[in-house]
Design a protein around this ligand. Structure first.
Ligand code: RP5
Length: 163
């Protein structure tokens, strides 16, 4: 049997982003989606970025979740090098809680698309859910795991606040 490699790449611009991107990794674990985690800085490790972007699809990865903060060029540059769906997660930063990260990722020029999530932890979780939705288009078992995850979420919402 041929071992299956990771289906999702979880990439971040700095180790300081891991606390946030860990939430994406955990969600993927929750629904048993294999993934790899890498630190790639668009500015500090441009060659690593180029190598990853050019080689990621050939290694069997189907979707990339890319988190970065400040001048957050990582998701856009990965989208430039690859035809895979790239999901950008803006990090909370010291400038207006991450508005710079959000605008850097969301404001791509026409011609190269990046799906942009909310800033921070919420974006990491929803980025992972979007990646799972994309993968589940061609994976019925995963689609059922996603449905179960949603059902569990629904069941966990109380009808009334605690007294
Ligand atoms: C970005 O710069 C990273 O994605 C990170 O969010 C931000 C700050 O990086 P560090 O200075 O903490 O390494 O490239």
């Amino acid at each position: 049997m041929v071992a299956k490699g990771p289906l999702v790449g979880v990439v971040m611009g700095s180790v300081s982003d891991w606390d946030c991107l860990r939430k994406a990794s955990r969600l993927l674990d929750d629904v048993s989606v294999s993934h790899e985690v890498r630190i790639i800085s668009a500015h500090r490790t441009p060659e690593r970025l180029r190598d990853y972007g050019l080689g990621v699809e050939a290694r069997g990865i189907k979707v990339v979740i890319a988190g970065a903060g400040g001048s957050a060029h990582l998701p856009g540059m990965l989208a430039s090098y690859s035809l895979l769906p790239i999901i950008g997660v803006p990090m909370v930063s010291s400038f207006q809680d991450g508005v710079d990260s959000l605008l850097s990722i969301v404001n791509m020029p026409a011609g190269v698309g990046v799906a942009t999530m909310a800033v921070g932890d919420k974006g990491a979780v929803n980025g992972a859910l979007l990646a799972v939705s994309i993968l589940s288009l061609e994976d019925r078992a995963l689609r059922e795991r996603l449905r179960a995850w949603r059902h569990h979420q629904t069941e966990s919402v109380p009808e009334c606040p605690p007294s």
